[in-house]
Design a protein around this ligand. Structure first.
Ligand SMILES: [Fe+2]
Length: 114
């Protein structure tokens, strides 16, 4: 499942009135999927010879943001807070893809054909 699909699932569960405990589980599963995705991404970029230290730090910052958002959501105990969390995850992913991952698109595309 893609990370975007994970977020869509979390949002769907929120709309269906899923309990806070189950919502927490879904967010933790998303976090685990994000970790695996980031590890795979760094592995591919490293194999292609890219410098990845800064990108690894960006990934870890995202994981910390997920942890903070989840902790705050659970602390506040307000039902609508889950929607804010989903919105934050979605924005975080899109921003990362546009601002950070896009730097490697040329490398991933391979040599240009003549
Ligand atoms: Fe990335």
């Amino acid at each position: 499942m893609t990370l975007c699909r994970h977020i869509e699932d979390i949002e769907r569960h929120w709309k269906l009135g899923t309990s806070d405990a189950e919502m927490e589980t879904f967010v933790r599963e998303f976090r685990s999927a994000a970790m695996r995705h980031f590890e795979d991404e760094i592995s591919v970029l490293t194999e292609l010879g890219a410098a990845t230290d800064q990108h690894c730090r960006a990934h870890m910052t995202m994981i910390e943001e997920i942890d903070t958002a989840l902790r705050e959501t659970l602390r506040q105990g307000e039902r609508n807070r889950w929607f804010a969390l989903v919105d934050a995850l979605e924005r975080m992913l899109y921003d990362h893809e546009i601002l950070e991952d896009s730097r490697y698109y040329g490398l991933l595309a391979g040599p240009a054909s003549a």
